[in-house]
Design a protein around this ligand. Structure first.
Ligand code: DQA
Length: 148
C-alpha cells in the first residue's frame, strides 16, 4: 500500500530556515526518513511538498483517486488557517496524522489551533523531524500493518 507524506509552505526551506526551531535536517532528509520508515511496514511513502494551498488540496484529492491507505501531513502555517485543507481531508476520509516539527503549543497563540488536526485521527508536535517517523508508526498501527 501507498501513503502520502504531504509537506506545506516553507518546508522546502528546512535545514536553513530557523534551525533553532526546526533543526538542521533538510526536506530531503525528512523524505528519506519517511520512505525508510514506511518500508519497514511494507508501505510506499509518496512524498510531496508545495507552497500552494490549492496544490496541497489537489494532492489530497489525488490520494483519494489513487486509493492511498493513509496521509501524513505537515501543512505548515496553512494548518492554522486553511478550512479548505480541513475540508479536503474530511472529504476523502483517508486516515491522517498531522505532524509539526516544533512544539506549536509552546509558541505563539496563532499556532495553537489547527484545522488540519481537526480532520486527522492523531496529531503530534515537538519531536523534531523524528515526528514523521513516529507518525508513520502510529499510522501503520491504525491501519493494522505490522513491521516486516
Ligand atoms: C510547523 C509549525 C507551523 O506553525 C509553521 O507555520 C510551520 C512549521 C512545524 O512543523 O513545526 O511552517 O508546521
Amino acid at each position: 500500500a501507498t501513503i502520502y507524506v504531504l509537506n506545506g509552505p516553507n518546508l522546502n526551506m528546512l535545514g536553513t530556515r530557523e534551525p533553532e526551531t526546526y533543526g538542521h535536517a533538510t526536506l530531503a532528509d525528512v523524505e528519506k526518513l519517511c520512505v525508510e520508515t514506511a518500508a519497514q511496514f511494507g508501505l510506499t511513502a509518496d512524498c510531496r511538498q508545495s507552497n500552494r494551498e490549492g496544490e496541497l488540496i489537489d494532492f489530497i484529492h489525488e490520494a483519494h483517486a489513487r486509493k492511498v491507505a493513509g496521509i501524513i501531513i505537515n501543512a505548515g502555517a496553512y494548518s492554522h488557517t486553511s478550512i479548505a485543507l480541513h475540508d479536503a481531508l474530511v472529504a476523502v476520509k483517508i486516515p491522517t496524522v498531522e505532524v509539526h516539527i516544533s512544539n506549536v503549543h509552546a509558541r505563539e497563540s496563532f499556532r495553537h489551533h489547527s484545522f488540519t488536526a481537526m480532520a486527522a485521527f492523531a496529531s503530534l508536535c515537538g519531536f523534531g523531524i523524528d515526528g514523521y517517523r513516529l507518525a508513520i508508526n502510529g499510522l501503520a498501527a491504525k491501519l493494522g500493518v505490522k513491521a516486516k
